[in-house]
Design a protein around this ligand. Structure first.
Ligand SMILES: Cc1cc2nc3c(=O)[nH]c(=O)nc-3n(C[C@H](O)[C@H](O)[C@H](O)COP(=O)(O)OP(=O)(O)OC[C@H]3O[C@@H](n4cnc5c(N)ncnc54)[C@H](O)[C@@H]3O)c2cc1C
Length: 295
């Protein structure tokens, strides 16, 4: 109370001039301390933000936005994404995958899922493509997303990469397990590695073969690429491929000398077990000549 009266006196010009000067200095000091405190808090928060961003950058989580999307069927979609930070896409090898996380409203990441990069490294430094089958939470969210939607992407990962040293490659792809092979095929053909490639691409119906038209065109353009589409639950009129599950007869029809080739497979477990048996029956050393990716 005494202090309040004192301040009132000073502010009412009832105090000597040096006293008023004293209160002005005190006020300035108070403002400086307050500003200093705010500055400390501000630098503390920005340091935390910088550390978090650096950690995210170090572990490679980056926001990507969808720039193109199409849904060939109700449960399949193809997404083209580019980095939302304006930087180029990370370097990757054909056949590698990324971890995708949904960004929630506060910008923090939710649980991740793996998706193979379906485009080839040689194609673009600013975009990647994913081929997705909508089957659960994140894959459905991705297939229902729109242009401009953002997802956090981390990667690349994986060793299911194109064997550039091999001159004869056979790929067995089942359903959406084709995505790493799209990257392999495009990288090999577009960079003219001159590899002999045979692609067996199997689905229940033609609609399940989401890159069927594209592979058909590539097979016409590149004589070193043989494309064998397989449908197991329908047989379209004038179908250029096979209409039954992959079997020994079919394998022998396309692969004359099995010991000269290297093999890769990705698809449903039953298909992969089947391929393994076919190769073993033709004395292929599956330990050294067969590689696989399990989804
Ligand atoms: C290396 C690698 C690469 C991959 N690349 C691709 C790719 O290119 N494209 C692609 O589409 N996928 C790919 N996958 C698979 C992908 O990572 C996911 O596993 C897949 O998309 C399912 O994830 P989700 O979050 O959508 O499903 P989740 O929600 O995790 O569901 C997983 C499974 O459980 C079933 N399920 C979920 N909820 C229920 C319920 N309540 N009752 C019964 N069943 C339920 C779903 O049908 C689904 O089959 C890859 C996986 C790996 C390991």
């Amino acid at each position: 109370m005494k202090y309040l009266v004192y301040i009132l006196k000073i502010t009412n010009n009832q105090a000597p001039r040096y006293k008023r000067l004293e209160i002005v200095i005190w006020l300035l000091w108070f403002i400086c301390i307050l500003e200093f405190g705010l500055l400390v808090i501000f630098s503390y928060l920005t340091s935390i933000a910088i550390v978090i961003l650096s950690i995210l950058h170090m572990i490679g989580i980056r926001p990507f936005k969808i720039v193109k999307k199409d849904n060939p069927t109700d449960d399949l979609c193809r997404l083209v994404l580019e980095p939302a930070d304006g930087e180029p896409v990370f370097e990757f090898q054909a056949g590698q995958f990324v971890m995708v996380r949904e960004s929630n409203d506060s910008g923090t990441a939710t649980y991740p899922r793996a998706f193979s990069i379906a485009s080839a490294p040689c194609e673009s430094a600013s975009q990647i493509e994913l081929g997705i089958k909508s089957q659960g939470s994140l894959s459905s969210t991705l297939c229902e997303s729109s242009r401009g939607d953002k997802f956090n992407i981390q990667g690349p990962y994986g060793t299911f990469t194109l064997d550039k040293a091999s001159d004869r490659l056979v790929f067995f792809a089942g359903g959406v397990g084709m995505t790493p092979f799209r990257s392999h095929v495009r990288e090999s053909l577009l960079t003219e590695l001159n590899q002999q490639i045979v692609l067996f691409y199997s689905g229940q119906t033609v609609c399940d073969l989401m890159y069927h038209a594209e592979f058909s065109e590539l097979a016409v353009k590149y004589p070193n690429f043989k494309y064998v589409p397989i449908t197991t639950r329908e047989c379209a009129k004038d179908w250029p491929g096979e209409c039954q599950r992959l079997n020994q007869e079919m394998f022998d029809k396309y692969i004359a000398d099995p010991s000269l080739w290297n093999y890769m497979m990705c698809g449903p477990q039953a298909m992969m077990d089947n391929v393994r048996e076919l190769l073993l029956a033709r004395d292929v050393d599956v330990e050294t000549r067969l590689r696989f990716e399990r989804y």
